[in-house]
Design a binder for this molecule. Structure first.
Ligand SMILES: Cc1cc2nc3c(=O)[nH]c(=O)nc-3n(C[C@H](O)[C@H](O)[C@H](O)COP(=O)(O)OP(=O)(O)OC[C@H]3O[C@@H](n4cnc5c(N)ncnc54)[C@H](O)[C@@H]3O)c2cc1C
Length: 426
């Protein structure tokens, strides 16, 4: 097999979803040479190409923001040119006291800090963001192999990509796996585990009726309506009887998933009577699998760790579906200590049970991406394995870049009822 040698860089990021973009951006802003390879031709991953265009709640549900850093930056960016409004009741990270009192007086819970966004415009903005930061973006480039160092079989040396030129090899000092499916980690020989995914596949439909709604409201977002192939929810509700969940790690499963979903989606459009009145404008360009593979990290993020502080926290995050639940993400969720130069980001970070759901959604995925990029910078500068970087220095840098490292104990509620809100969608 002929492989073109493309030289080396400092940090190589596999996958251009929100986590990979955050990793590449944070490293580039700290002066490192960064290459990011994306399998498709669009940045943003599930958040854009996968049509999952909602930044879930970034607050504690009592009017206080928890997810900051690049989660906040990307959320603001997502509504800069496209439709969507970040909950306007929030001012400088909180809903003002008087406003909270007003909600309390009428027995209403305060709104959560979140927003929908235009996936296509946001994807273009991510391209601009990385380009402006000096990151080399390789579109249409699939990581197909990882070569380890001959004298240190746990240290990655280079990756081989399938591109328009054929096979190309890039060496690097540090590697971030932000593929959403731990593809790089798996190829490098890290221990990984698989998830369960139900039958869901969405597209965006427009119709004459929706056009009228949008015109009446003067709001283009009202034009779009979700159309589904499969429409199972997060917990397997609506899963067709007898259909096994997908883990999403084999080509057979991916092919079966798309075949079933394309045919189911098409069935909605077989009433030729309506063909002038509606159109399907886009479908998800990647499988809508939530949990494919994550690393078995030095620690697994879990929901039972709510309200627990970690000395090696790299970000405080809230729970998207349960008000009041607060967590910290230990650096150890991004590392497997035998592997000195590979870091996991986004939904590849180690987690278990419902904890994987909490950690994988867009704002936390961005924050673990930001942390992964920063860890790589520190590992290079300190000449240390990623699991052994100076935690205080790492946290100082992340805090300087806007990340809340530890939640405030004053925000631990006397009791949380654990009610799950809006859980179907995420
Ligand atoms: C049905 C569904 C609904 C959801 N709803 C919500 C929601 O409403 N709000 C929310 O916040 N979250 C939601 N999520 C979760 C959220 O969208 C994702 O978990 C999050 O976007 C993950 O980001 P990521 O960057 O880690 O991974 P991904 O978005 O998966 O990005 C990985 C990127 O890596 C690329 N890649 C993969 N393999 C390779 C390779 N070998 N070489 C190069 N590139 C590669 C992919 O093309 C992709 O661009 C939902 C997820 C699903 C499936």
């Amino acid at each position: 097999m002929k492989v073109i040698d493309r030289g080396t860089t400092e940090i190589f990021v596999a996958g251009g979803g929100v986590a990979g973009v955050a990793a590449a951006l944070s490293a580039a802003r700290q002066g490192k040479k960064v290459i990011l390879a994306e399998k498709t031709v669009m940045l943003g991953g599930l958040a854009t190409l996968g049509l999952v265009n909602l930044f879930v709640a970034m607050c504690n549900g009592r009017g206080k923001q928890i997810a900051f850093g690049m989660a906040e930056e990307f959320a603001r960016l997502s509504v800069k040119y496209g439709y969507g409004d970040l909950t306007p009741q929030f001012v400088d990270g909180a809903i003002p006291r008087e406003k909270l009192d007003e909600y309390a007086a009428i027995g209403k819970k305060p709104p959560r800090y979140k927003t929908n966004f235009s996936p296509e415009i946001f994807a273009l903005q991510l391209t601009e963001l990385l380009h402006d930061a000096g990151v080399t973006i390789l579109f249409d480039s699939i990581v197909t192999d990882v070569t380890m160092c001959a004298d240190d079989p746990k240290r990655a040396r280079s990756v081989t990509l399938l591109t328009a030129s054929g096979f190309e090899r890039y060496g690097a000092q540090m590697f971030v796996d932000a593929t959403g499916s731990a593809q790089l980690a798996y190829l490098a020989g890290m221990r990984v585990k698989t998830g369960r995914n139900y039958h869901i596949f969405s597209g965006m439909e427009v119709s004459l009726e929706r056009c009228q709604n949008a015109i009446d409201a003067q709001d283009i977002e009202k034009l779009f309506v979700d159309q589904f192939g499969g429409r199972a929810n997060l917990y397997g509700g609506n899963q067709p009887e007898g259909m096994e969940p997908y883990d999403g790690t084999s080509s057979d499963e991916v092919n079966t998933y798309f075949l079933r979903n394309h045919l189911e989606m098409l069935a909605h459009y077989k009433d030729a009577e309506n063909r002038k009145k509606r159109d399907l404008v886009t479908t998800a360009g990647m499988p809508q699998f939530r949990e494919v593979r994550c690393i078995e990290g030095d620690y697994a993020f879990r929901a039972e760790d709510a309200y627990r502080h970690f000395d090696d926290s790299v970000a405080a995050i809230p729970d998207f579906a349960r008000r009041d639940y607060l967590y910290e993400v230990p650096l150890r969720c991004l590392t497997q200590k035998e592997f000195p130069n590979v870091v996991a980001a986004g939904r590849v970070a180690a987690a278990e049970g419902y904890g994987w759901d909490v950690l994988r959604v867009i704002p936390p995925a961005i924050l673990t991406g930001q942390a992964a990029g920063t860890v790589c910078v520190h590992a290079i500068e300190e000449k240390k394995p990623v699991a052994q970087v100076d935690i205080a220095a790492l946290q100082k840098q992340l805090a300087k870049d806007g990340v809340l490292i530890h939640f405030d104990d004053a925000d631990i509620p006397p009791s949380s009822d654990g009610t799950i809100e809006n859980s179907d969608k995420f």
